[in-house]
Design a protein around this ligand. Structure first.
Ligand code: CU1
Ligand code: CU1
Length: 288
C-alpha cells in the first residue's frame, strides 16, 4: 500500500499526537539513538579522504531518502498509521508557526543555555534526553534565527533558483560544485558569513542549537525538514524526467574523487541500496 506524507500544517491534532507518540516510543526503545549514531558516523566533509555518502556529495539526496524510509519503517512498526510529515519552510517561516506548538515540536530554546523548555522533546518534560551527540548537552537546544548573527529561512525565490537547475550534479562532486541541483539544494556556497548557507543548510542554521552538525537528528524537526527536501527532489525529478543521478559511473583512478563518492549503481553504506534504486518512490509513498 502506497502511503502519504502530509504537510505538517495539515495534520489534525490526533495525527500530531500519534506522530509524537511513535517518535517517543522509538526513543524509549533506544532505536531513535541508533538513527542518531548512523548520521554522526556518516557525517564527513570534503576534506575527508574516505567515502562521503551523506553530505557534500552527489548521494546527499538518495542517502537521506533511504534514511527517512528506514526511520519511517521503524515509526510504522510502532503505529502503522504514522508517516513522516514535511515542513515547508518557505511558508511556515516564523517561530509563531504551529509546527513549534507545545503538542508538536515545542518551541525555541531559552536565552543563555538555549534549552528547549516546551513540548514533548523538552528535557524538563522527562521523555527526551540526548544520549548520543557531538556535545555534552543532555537537553535539546534551539536558537531560532541565530540572533547573534541573524539569518532568515530560505525564501521561495531562493528555492526556485535551485529548482531551476536542469542537471542533477556536477564535478568536483562536493561542496564546491557550482552547478547542479544537488548542491543548490544542499546549499553550500563560497560566500562569507550567513550567505554561505542556502536552502537545506540554511534551515539547519536557522533552527540552530543541536540542528547544527552531525547530531542534528537529535532534534525531531530534522525529519520534517528532510521530508521537505525529499519532496523537492521528487518534484525536481518530475520536472526533469531525463536528468538522472550523476555521476553515472565512478570517477576514474587518479581522479581526486576516486572512491570518495558514490555513482548511480554503487551502494550507499550502511545500506545495500544504490542511488538508482531509490530514484522512484511512488510505489512506496507520495506527497500530499
Ligand atoms: Cu544529514
Ligand atoms: Cu540536513
Amino acid at each position: 500500500m502506497v502511503y502519504t506524507r502530509k504537510n505538517q500544517r495539515d495534520l489534525s491534532a490526533a495525527e500530531r499526537k500519534r506522530f509524537v507518540a511513535a517518535v517517543l516510543a522509538l526513543k524509549r526503545a533506544g532505536r531513535y539513538d541508533d538513527f542518531v549514531r548512523t548520521h554522526i558516523e556518516h557525517y564527513r566533509s570534503d576534506g575527508d579522504r574516505r567515502l562521503r555518502v551523506a553530505h557534500m556529495a552527489p548521494s546527499f539526496l538518495p542517502w537521506h531518502r533511504q534514511y527517512l524510509l528506514e526511520f519511517e519503517r521503524a515509526l510504522r512498526e510502532v503505529d502503522p498509521g504514522v508517516t513522516v510529515p514535511y515542513w515547508d519552510w518557505t511558508r511556515d517561516n516564523t517561530p509563531a508557526a504551529s509546527l513549534w506548538s507545545e503538542d508538536f515540536m515545542g518551541g525555541n530554546g531559552r536565552r543563555g543555555d538555549l534549552q528547549v523548555m516546551t513540548g514533548p522533546f523538552a528535557y524538563v518534560n522527562g521523555h527526551w534526553t540526548i544520549e548520543v551527540g557531538v556535545t555534552d548537552h543532555r537537553f535539546l537546544t534551539r536558537d531560532f534565527g541565530n540572533p547573534a548573527r541573524p539569518i532568515e529561512l530560505p525564501t521561495k525565490g531562493e528555492l526556485a533558483r535551485a529548482m531551476d537547475e536542469t542537471v542533477y550534479d556536477s564535478a568536483p562532486w562536493n561542496s564546491t560544485s557550482r552547478t547542479g541541483f544537488r548542491n543548490a539544494l544542499e546549499g553550500w556556497t563560497s560566500e562569507r558569513g550567513n550567505g554561505r548557507w542556502r536552502n537545506h543548510n540554511r534551515v539547519h542554521r536557522w533552527v540552530g542549537g543541536l540542528m547544527l552538525g552531525g547530531g542534528s537528528v537529535n532534534d525531531p524537526v530534522f525529519w520534517l525538514h528532510h521530508a521537505f527536501v525529499d519532496l523537492l527532489w521528487s518534484r525536481w525529478q518530475s520536472r526533469n524526467p531525463r536528468a538522472g543521478y550523476l555521476p553515472a559511473t565512478p570517477p576514474r583512478r587518479g581522479s581526486d574523487q576516486h572512491r570518495r563518492i558514490v555513482a548511480r549503481d554503487e551502494r550507499m553504506p550502511p545500506w545495500d541500496v544504490t542511488p538508482a534504486a531509490v530514484a522512484a518512490h511512488h510505489r512506496v509513498y507520495r506527497y500530499a
